[in-house]
Write a protein that binds this ligand. Structure first.
Ligand code: E4P
Length: 223
């Protein structure tokens, strides 16, 4: 399962990349707004992200009109070979996707909330679909349930579009995504760190370190 980081914060992307965990990045206008708080321009933020990561970096269009989406998508994709364009799952978005498919511009269809939306996006050539599981949980639904449904539909028709689980809020989302065979998950930095941690790991390590001091009082490995 590919792990993407869901942020536009370059420091977070660099730190997570140092752990060797990051296969790509997803951004959206709200995440760009947070990264832009210190005055960094959109272009600077995005260029730095594209340089930092080898894998796909999703950058979102900011129009609800298909012609404008296409125009913006071309500009965004020109920023880097690894730039994937996020198109919202609307009728206008579908129209834009049809053209972007012809232009061979990779698309991540965003704001997916049911499996039929994922089917339509795949038919229009999306490279990724992003079902927002956390936002479904927020309204009392089981967000992860649609991942199974999308996977089943894609398997039925041998669809190659990748299921990118989005709006992830906790490690249980990630666990369930892996058990369901999601292709990718995009995860906020604080949740990525939580995946690696366990109190019994810390407790075990602390005991090993204190026992080792009984063997080697300065804690070194005497070799
Ligand atoms: C997906 O690509 C979005 O950037 C993101 O996962 C949305 O998450 P949120 O619901 O926590 O804002």
């Amino acid at each position: 399962m590919k792990i993407f980081i869901d942020t536009a914060n370059v420091e977070e992307i660099k730190e997570a990349s140092d752990y060797g965990l990051i296969d790509g990045v997803t951004t959206n206008p709200s995440l760009i707004m947070k990264a832009n708080k210190d005055g960094k321009s959109f272009k600077n933020i995005v260029s730095e992200i594209l340089k930092t990561v080898n894998g796909p970096v999703s950058l979102e269009v900011v129009s609800e009109n298909s012609n404008e989406m296409i125009e913006q998508a071309v500009k965004l994709h020109n920023l880097g070979d690894n730039a994937v364009v996020k198109i919202p799952m609307t009728l206008e978005g579908l129209k834009a996707m049809k053209t972007l498919k012809k232009k061979e511009i990779p698309v991540n269809t965003t704001l997916i909330f049911n499996p039929l939306q994922a089917l339509l996006a795949a038919k229009n050539g999306a490279m990724f679909v992003s079902p927002f599981v956390g936002r479904l949980d927020d309204i009392g639904e089981d967000g992860m349930a649609i991942i199974n449904q999308i996977k089943a539909i894609y398997t039925n028709y041998n669809i190659k579009t990748e299921v990118l689980v989005a709006s992830v809020r906790n490690p249980v989302h990630v666990l369930r995504a892996a058990l369901m065979g999601a292709d990718a998950v995009t995860i906020p930095y604080d949740v990525i760190k939580k995946l690696a941690l366990h109190p019994k790991t810390d407790e075990g390590l602390s005991k090993f370190m204190s026992d080792w001091k009984k063997v080697s009082p300065d804690g070194t490995l005497p070799l």
